[in-house]
Design a protein around this ligand. Structure first.
Ligand code: SF4
Length: 481
């Protein structure tokens, strides 16, 4: 049986995936291998995912961003899902979770795996629910079947809400918003109706055998995460976390790569403590957080409320951030929401990487700043986190080619452009020639930075034409593709 990245790293092997990851992160291969061997980082890499470009998730590496896509009973079509995959990778998602709960689940999952250069994650309990009339009818065998089939299809990581236990359920009684995780609420209902322990907890060792066989990374879901500030840090959340620590060690003992998921809704001043507690309880396993949202009062803007919490979480050591879109709590996100959510989260991830002193992270900022001060508008657009939007906004008022080297933009106008005024003043003092030398873009170390030094902002890896069973899908192109 092929071994997992964890088992191979423990044996001292530098796998091709680890070599690739080291190259992408500009880190020493032996350092990457050690981090994986110690469980401090994961390289999600199902043996069957042939189109994957491996990446690493761990607190010592660039903070990663996940985008959720997927259909629902209200919106189900294969082409639409491939379009969302394309959009997600285009705007910089490092991993994509297919959370489909509508029809055509197998075809959508297989198409996503076949065409995705980034790891694909799923939540298998969703498919199990679709296969029965009543969620209480889910059996242990059905759950194992679903997980095994998805592992064979090439899913790289799976959220398993194995930490929600019967003894934890009474702890949620006094909550303002109860159990808000979809998986957590389904499993709580199952336990109450069957009077039995969570089947994912009861069968966790058998699940680990499947994960190890296919090298599926288990992402231990936080089914009791708080759904509002009032419920943050309560006994239910931390009781589940203790179980997640226990399950982390069980999975590691069986050679399975592990991530641990975290909240949710957390006041700003408690975010860092949440991360530190997870790192202590789960022995440094990579922390994968949803947001967290730092206030409950801004539906319609929860990509912002959560990106604030996500920045703080990444600053404190979270390894991957699950994006939240403006539609959170309100509806299924469309493509514009995916773009806005990803931009917010890539800003959060990069800001934390700069603050944490990740090697090379600030080069990107320096390169853009130099282009900005040199009024090199084209280079500024190219270096922008969302080049298309930067160009579009600039060109709304100054569209002509002649404005691409103009020493002002329409924000302050030519008379009040502070950078022009500053440069003219320095020029008068004879300082500008020295500054020009210092900011020679070609001579600057930052000149090599034509894109984020780490990360996956490479859309060409998702082809526009995709053929499945003799049918060609051509996702609509983005305006500037
Ligand atoms: S006009 Fe204002 S915003 Fe525009 S380049 Fe000059 S200083 Fe910057």
């Amino acid at each position: 049986m092929p071994k997992t990245q964890l088992q191979r790293a423990r044996a001292g092997e530098v796998t091709p995936a680890i070599e690739r990851v080291a190259e992408r992160e500009n880190r020493d291969v032996e350092f990457v291998r050690e981090q994986v061997a110690q469980g401090q980082a994961v390289v999600p890499n199902n043996h069957a995912h042939e189109s994957l470009d491996p990446m690493v998730i761990g607190r010592e590496f660039a903070t990663k961003v996940n985008a959720n896509i997927g259909n629902s009973d209200e919106t189900s079509d294969l082409r639409g899902e491939l379009q969302k995959l394309h959009t997600s990778v285009h705007y910089g998602a490092d991993t994509v979770m297919d959370l489909s709960t509508g029809s055509n689940l197998d075809a959508i999952r297989e198409a996503n795996v076949a065409h995705s250069p980034v790891p694909i994650g799923t939540v298998p309990i969703y498919e199990a629910v679709k296969r029965v009339d009543d969620p209480a009818d889910i059996t242990h065998e059905l759950l194992l079947d679903v997980v095994e089939k998805q592992a064979e299809q090439g899913v790289d990581y799976m959220t398993i809400h194995a930490g929600v236990r019967m003894e934890h359920l009474p702890l949620t009684d006094g909550r303002k918003t109860g159990i808000v995780s979809r998986g957590g609420s389904i499993l709580a209902q199952w336990m109450e109706e069957n009077g039995m322990e969570n089947p994912l907890y009861a069968k966790f060792e058998e699940l680990c055998e499947i994960f190890a066989e296919h090298d599926v990374t288990v992402s231990l879901g936080d089914g009791l995460r708080p759904g509002c500030l009032a419920d943050a840090g309560d006994d239910a959340q931390y009781a589940e976390l203790e179980t997640l620590g226990e399950l982390t060690r069980t999975a590691w003992d069986r050679g399975v790569q592990v991530m641990v998921e975290g909240p949710g809704h957390v006041p700003m001043d408690e975010v860092a403590a949440n991360v530190e507690r997870q790192q202590a309880v789960c022995d440094g396993a990579p922390f994968y957080v949803l947001g967290p949202l730092v206030t409950d009062v801004a539906p319609g803007y929860d990509h912002i409320t959560s990106a604030i919490g996500a920045t703080e979480a990444a600053r404190a050591g979270a390894a991957m951030l699950c994006y939240v879109t403006p539609k959170e709590h309100l509806g299924l996100p469309d493509e514009t929401d995916v773009r806005d959510g990803l931009a917010a989260y890539r800003i959060a991830a990069h800001s934390a990487d700069v603050a944490n002193g990740l090697p090379g992270a600030r080069d990107w900022d320096d390169a853009l700043s130099e282009a900005r001060y040199a009024f090199d508008w084209r280079r500024q657009f190219d270096l922008a986190l969302d080049p298309e939007r930067a160009r579009e906004f600039h060109d709304q008022t100054l569209p002509g080619d002649n404005y691409k080297e103009a020493r002002f933009c329409s924000m302050c106008g030519v008379e009040f452009c502070s950078m022009r005024i500053d440069q003219d003043a320095r020029d008068a003092d004879g300082e500008m020639s020295a500054i020009d030398d210092e900011t020679d873009l070609d001579a600057s170390p930052a000149a090599e930075v034509n894109r984020p030094p780490v990360g996956t902002h490479d859309t060409e890896r998702v082809p526009d034409e995709i053929e499945i069973d003799g049918v060609t899908f051509t996702p609509e192109s983005h305006a500037d593709d």
